[in-house]
Design a protein around this ligand. Structure first.
Ligand SMILES: Cc1cc2nc3c(=O)[nH]c(=O)nc-3n(C[C@H](O)[C@H](O)[C@H](O)COP(=O)(O)O)c2cc1C
Length: 189
């Protein structure tokens, strides 16, 4: 099969990583792939922050976890089973947000085109990681850190900027099964 289609089909969200650091060469290639993404008006409205420092990752987790729990409370009544399952994971896992990934890449965007363009960079990065034998995961819960001044400063986050991803990168500890995917709903004209 064509290698791009193969990567698109085989990429999975990886939620368990080996602790070994990712090489600088791989991280550079992944960021270059993100940077090559299409963007509205070729605005390229993104920048990248790579977090590998264990102490910084601990701070991120401390900032994200309470916010993740608050968001989960919103589904408590509508989907109590899912709420209970995710809460259990949040209580029991050592790092239920960033899954102890060796590298966390924040894609930070600003301006009117960021919302549509930055996610394309994120997908490019995840496919590039897959092509290099690395796992990745977009962790929306991990983006809920901007209210913590220390983290905002760590990321040099400006008021007009928004976090996309972050994208976890690392060598996968096992590889997840493909989750159920719907068949495409398509109208042919
Ligand atoms: C915008 C967005 C936010 C996500 N946030 C999380 C997250 O916080 N935690 C997590 O474990 N997975 C997260 N994911 C991964 C999805 O759960 C995953 O893509 C989905 O279950 C399909 O699995 P696949 O990526 O292996 O095809 C997120 C994905 C996207 C696109």
């Amino acid at each position: 099969m064509n290698s791009v289609i193969d990567a698109i089909k085989k990429r999975r969200s990886v939620r368990a990583y080996e602790p070994a650091p990712v090489s600088r060469e791989s991280l550079d290639l992944i960021i270059e792939a993100g940077n090559e993404a299409p963007s509205a008006m070729n605005s390229q409205p993104w920048r990248f922050v790579v977090v590998q420092d264990p102490a910084a990752k601990k701070k991120l987790l401390r900032a994200a976890l309470p916010n993740a729990k608050k968001i989960l409370d919103l589904v408590k009544d509508s989907d109590p089973e899912r709420h209970a399952a995710i809460m259990k994971r949040l209580e029991e896992q050592e790092d239920p947000v960033y899954y102890s990934a060796p590298a966390v890449i924040f894609v930070i965007g600003s301006g009117r085109y960021a919302e549509h363009s930055c996610p394309l960079g994120c997908e490019n990065m995840m496919l590039a990681a897959h092509s290099l034998g690395l796992g990745s995961c977009w962790v929306g819960f991990g983006s809920m850190v901007a209210d913590e001044p220390e983290i905002a400063s760590l990321l040099d986050l400006q008021p007009q900027e928004k976090i996309y991803g972050p994208i976890l990168i690392g060598r996968p500890k096992g590889y997840p099964d493909r989750p159920p995917k719907k068949t495409p709903v398509t109208k042919w004209v």
